[in-house]
Design a protein around this ligand. Structure first.
Ligand SMILES: Cc1ncc(COP(=O)(O)O)c(C=O)c1O
Length: 399
């Protein structure tokens, strides 16, 4: 039996989503209108942060975070090789230097002990920051990373593209949502269609730091300031008139820093707001799918590792580690099941190899890459489809 095409991830667009977008298309604002602020407010509420800044995609979010934190030529920033290239590339956009550090074989997340080893090998001040990634939707324990970062004077950008709705429990047993700004200076999200909240392209930065929030808001639109209390040029220059009783005119604004156009549009924000109302529902469905995979595979000898079933995991991806991964991938593809590999270790991309990274630098990440395969997980994956996937994998391994 062949099934209809089953991708590894897929957006879930409802009639309400479509109506929300159409309403904006009929309104006065396609961009820079009221939906942006509304989305930011709702998203901040969802993750529990003080501030949120909507941007055009997750990569732009990372770039702005590096800029706001002042990354400059030669600044060394640590991240994981098992991530989408943007986590690392964003440091290079600011002329910084990416230093990879290996993952933990059980969590697939940046191994804090290896990061500590790295930090202890060099004088304090050598490294500026860490970008831990909530890979696959599993929340990094940022309380521990914060302690380490404080010891060495580092900032933290949490790359939470995979984990809206994810959380970890801190040392007091308190739930700490991904992106809530309790431990990381900044957190970023992506609303690419395979993510739990989708706007086509789209991203968000969350933070509890007002200073960074203010910087991000201007960097998002060309470094332009519109608040008259912050203007640097004189009123007489702005008005073109020497009358001392005048104020700054309505048109006046100042570009005080080099920023970008990284804005989200209003119709994307409307889609985001609508999607956000169903985010927890989507998460619950992803968790149910993860539990089914976990139960199906937990006793199988061909499974060398898997995402497992965990509280707080947002299950953007469900990863299993297997031998004969290539053959399994092809077999599933022949059966219309389109799995994916997350990720080819970033340090072994030809671009990063040109910077001196080599095979053998990070054995855990490299071994993981040889075996990992991401199975279909998305809210509308039916039980029949999931069972088809599970049965085909069992059939492949004759178990
Ligand atoms: C971990 C991670 N970081 C950053 C990004 C970049 O996000 P975007 O595709 O929205 O630019 C992604 C997107 O796939 C991602 O998975």
């Amino acid at each position: 039996m062949k099934s209809k095409r089953i991708p590894y991830g897929k957006q879930n667009i409802t009639k309400e989503d479509i109506n929300a977008v159409v309403d904006v298309l009929k309104s006065d604002y396609l961009t820079q209108g009221p939906k942006i602020q509304e989305f930011e407010k709702e998203f901040a509420k969802y993750v529990g942060s003080k501030y949120a800044v909507a941007v055009s995609n997750g990569t732009a979010a990372l770039h702005l975070c590096n800029l706001a934190l002042g990354v400059k030529k030669g600044d060394k920033v640590i991240t994981t090789p098992i991530t989408f290239a943007a986590s690392a590339n964003s440091v290079l956009y600011c002329d910084g230097e990416v230093i990879f550090s290996d993952i933990d074989p059980d969590t697939y997340l940046l191994d804090i002990n290896k990061v500590r080893e790295l930090l202890e090998k060099s004088p304090k001040g050598t490294y500026k920051g860490i970008i831990p990634v909530d890979f696959a939707g599993r929340a990094v324990n940022l309380e521990e990373f914060r302690k380490l970062a404080n010891e060495f004077g580092l900032w933290i950008i949490e790359d939470s593209c995979h984990a809206p709705g994810g959380f970890f429990k801190d040392s007091l047993g308190k739930i700490q949502n991904c992106g809530n700004g309790q431990f990381a200076d900044l957190a970023i999200f992506s609303f690419h269609p395979v993510k739990d909240i989708a706007t086509g392209e789209g991203g968000m930065i969350t933070t509890n730091r007002e200073d960074l929030y203010k910087k991000l808001m201007t960097l998002r639109t060309h470094g332009i300031i519109k608040n008259k209390n912050e203007f640097l040029n004189s009123i007489s220059f702005a008005t073109g008139n020497n009358d001392q009783n005048l104020n700054y005119p309505g048109w006046y604004m100042e570009m005080q820093n080099l920023g970008f156009n990284y804005r989200l549009t209003d119709f994307q924000a409307a889609l985001g707001i609508s999607q956000l109302t169903r985010a927890n529902e989507g998460l619950a469905k992803r968790k149910r799918i993860a539990l089914n995979y976990y139960n199906a595979f937990k006793d199988k000898s061909y499974i060398k590792g898997q995402s497992g079933y965990l509280d707080g995991h947002a299950y953007h991806l469900y990863v299993i580690e297997v031998e004969k991964r290539l053959e399994l991938y092809n077999f599933l593809k022949e059966n219309n099941i389109f799995t994916q590999i997350h990720y080819i270790p970033c340090h072994l991309m030809p671009y990063y190899k040109n910077k001196g990274w080599r095979e053998g630098d990070f054995s855990v990440s490299e071994n993981y890459y040889k075996k990992c395969i991401s199975l279909p997980v998305f809210p509308n994956l039916t039980e029949i489809e999931q069972n088809f996937v599970i049965n085909k994998i069992s059939e492949f391994y004759n178990e």
